[in-house]
Design a protein around this ligand. Structure first.
Ligand SMILES: Cc1cc2nc3c(=O)[nH]c(=O)nc-3n(C[C@H](O)[C@H](O)[C@H](O)COP(=O)(O)OP(=O)(O)OC[C@H]3O[C@@H](n4cnc5c(N)ncnc54)[C@H](O)[C@@H]3O)c2cc1C
Length: 380
């Protein structure tokens, strides 16, 4: 059963991406994990290999390929390690597209080639201490002053917040009360006076994806740094959420598939150190997980196809985001049990992957918010 049609070119690209992971990522991942780092030069190598931002058009330095190429990169990164895909997927699927979709010609020419080459990593700053699920509570201000805008406020838990070269920042005009009309998006570059990077969070997993704090104190940027139209920030954030949540579903299901594959491998070819007993209980556990994964894979591939065709599948991607992040967590948890004693050690892939997927139910909209979107759609 197959939904997505990968062409010969896609298959060749997958081989190339896998070879890159085997050479550049897999041999180093343990060292990076221990150091909680994803070295800056790896971004350049990803860029050189054509593995960043596949959909960016040729005139802006990209290859103008279809989204399946970005799907392949996400899947191959996850096969290499369940943590290191996060920042790259965010950059290619979520943050750079804001500039590609809403940027002026000048902004696209300035930033997109650097995003494709890995020279500039893009982050998106929405969350604040009192504004997580509810973005209407954003208090970071953007006040116009002649040809400039002055930004004040703090953003927290921003992916690639520490390594980013530019941030797509959501800030409000304090003069406008209606929160849906008060928000605008701005491109703020690293090094702008008044923009500092704060804490790098010590997360339970996703160690090779930095998550940090961004602080803006009388940060003056030109008005031309506004992304899209004034007052349309909320609308733009909502428009990009479908792709963002789809990318999280892809990472979650990809992790579940990989952990189960590795577990089955150990079950079939036990090592001299540990064996997964061939009992019916263990066979049924594997059969149940394989069934859930297969059914969700078909749903996910259908969503990728519909998304690429431009369909509105906001509700379905919300379903996929919550269900697949929960499936990934359950699969890791059950595989830990299957591995027995070895499943309590950090060397077990299910342990590391559980820590990496655990926060996926929180970011890109919590799973409660996903259920709220579905309930609203169902007019419950
Ligand atoms: C690893 C990681 C990476 C992140 N990356 C980014 C990033 O790049 N950019 C960015 O802007 N943000 C990022 N975030 C922040 C993330 O989007 C927020 O953490 C998330 O939106 C939740 O916000 P909050 O922590 O304020 O929780 P809250 O909104 O305070 O929610 C707390 C609890 O209450 C529940 N809840 C809240 N409102 C409702 C409701 N209306 N109905 C039912 N339940 C509700 C939630 O489901 C949750 O269980 C990241 C977070 C993490 C952990």
């Amino acid at each position: 059963m197959k939904i997505l049609n990968y062409s010969k070119e896609h298959i060749e690209f997958r081989k190339k991406a896998r070879a890159f992971m085997e050479k550049e990522i897999i041999p180093n991942i343990q060292e990076w994990e221990a150091a909680h780092d994803f070295p800056r030069d790896v971004w350049y190598r990803l860029g050189e290999a054509g593995l960043l931002c596949a959909t960016i058009p040729v005139e802006y330095g990209g290859t103008g390929r279809d989204l399946l190429y970005d799907v392949i990169v996400a899947e191959e990164l996850l096969r290499a390690d369940s943590s290191c895909g996060g920042g790259v997927v965010l950059h290619s699927w979520i943050t750079t597209p804001y500039i590609a979709v809403f940027g002026s010609e000048e902004q696209k020419k300035k930033y997109l080639p650097k995003c494709v080459s890995g020279e500039c990593i893009a982050a998106v700053g929405m969350t604040e201490p009192d504004a997580g699920s509810d973005l209407t509570s954003i208090t970071t201000t953007a006040v116009e002053d002649g040809d400039d805008v002055i930004i004040n406020g703090t953003k927290i838990f921003i992916s690639c917040g520490i390594c980013c070269g530019v941030v797509v920042l959501a800030a409000r005009d304090p003069e406008i009360e209606n929160p849906y009309k008060a928000l605008s998006l701005y491109l703020v570059e690293e090094g702008t006076p008044g923009f500092t990077k704060g804490v790098k969070y010590d997360k339970m997993g996703l160690h090779t994806q930095d998550t940090g704090e961004l602080i803006f104190t009388d940060c003056r940027i030109p008005k031309t740094s506004m992304l899209g139209k004034k007052g349309e920030g909320f609308k733009m954030l909502m428009l990009e959420l479908q792709q963002e949540r789809l990318s999280i579903a892809i990472m979650a299901l990809g992790t579940a598939e990989h952990v189960l594959e590795e577990t089955i491998e150990h079950y079939k070819k036990p090592s001299s150190k540990y064996v997964i007993p061939k009992t019916q209980v263990n066979q049924f556990a594997i059969a149940e997980m394989a069934t859930d994964i297969k059914m969700q894979r078909l749903f996910l591939d259908k969503l990728i196809e519909e998304h690429m065709a431009g369909s509105n599948i906001v509700v379905e991607t919300s379903m996929a985001k919550y269900k697949m992040t929960e499936l990934a967590r359950d699969v890791c948890d059950r595989c830990i049990d299957l591995h027995g004693d070895f499943g309590t050690t950090e060397a077990c892939i299910a342990v590391k992957s559980l820590l990496d997927v655990r926060s996926m139910s929180i970011f890109a909209g919590t799973n409660e918010i996903m259920r709220q979107i579905i309930s609203k759609f169902m007019k419950l």
